[in-house]
Design a protein around this ligand. Structure first.
Ligand code: CA
Length: 228
């Protein structure tokens, strides 16, 4: 089952596209503005997003940048307005995987979507979108994680922290970057909240094993190293 988030503010077009996509077997949820799109994407429920760039309020480009900024690599097909090379370039620069230009033939949208989902499946060989690295396994749809087959029993926040570190394994993640991935911009966590969650995640991750996975780079941030 492939689940799509369709982001389009023109309601009639959104309806028509949703009907067409369901006809060929996708499960489709609609979002009609940028805020809804971000909330939907954050749920981790979707396999791909079809994203109109011209939205009221938070624009499609801003949605896309926010997703990529927090390390979310969900495949995104952007829908751009006619004859705007600039918009296409901006979309691709912001991290879109492909685009169609309005007005588009529905068959073309379907073909591009299929190609994008195929590429995404090829780069994530784990079944049902699970992430695997070393002896770690993460299930982004259920927010659960295992090390060497043992479930870690993480809180949602610990899970998000771990997933972010896994997706950026081997690269130091600054404290600011991690905080941005974990908390809404208007939330104000305690100043030591990140340390508290990292230390709790570490405890669960390293229980019963001798190898530490999360390393501290003093004054900079954290990184996850996986022994293959
Ligand atoms: Ca629009």
């Amino acid at each position: 089952m492939t689940r799509l988030l369709l982001v389009e503010d023109e309601l009639a077009l959104a309806r028509a596209m949703a009907v067409g996509l369901r006809d060929v077997g996708y499960v489709v949820d609609e979002a009609h503005d940028g805020e809804e799109a971000l909330a939907g994407a954050r749920s981790g429920l979707y396999d791909a997003i079809v994203l109109d760039l011209r939205l009221p309020g938070v624009s499609g480009l801003e949605v896309l940048r926010a997703l990529r900024e927090r390390g979310d690599r969900i495949p995104v097909l952007v829908v751009t307005a006619c004859d705007t090379t600039q918009e296409v370039v901006a979309g691709l620069d912001a991290g879109a995987d492909d685009y169609v230009t309005k007005p588009f033939a529905f068959a073309e949208l379907l073909a591009r979507l299929r190609a994008l989902l195929r590429r995404s499946a090829a780069s994530n060989p784990g079944a049902e979108g699970r992430l695997r690295t070393g002896d770690l396994e993460l299930d982004p749809t259920q927010l659960r994680a295992w090390r060497d087959g043992r479930e870690l029993g993480l809180s949602n926040l610990e899970y998000r922290l771990l997933e972010h570190l896994v997706r950026h394994a081997g690269r130091v993640q600054s404290r600011d970057r991690l905080a941005a991935a974990l908390w809404e911009t208007d939330a104000t966590p305690e100043s030591n909240a990140l340390e508290v969650h990292v230390s709790s995640l570490r405890r669960k991750l390293d229980r019963g094993t001798a190898t530490r996975m999360i390393h501290t780079r003093r004054g900079v941030g954290y990184l996850l190293e996986v022994a293959e």
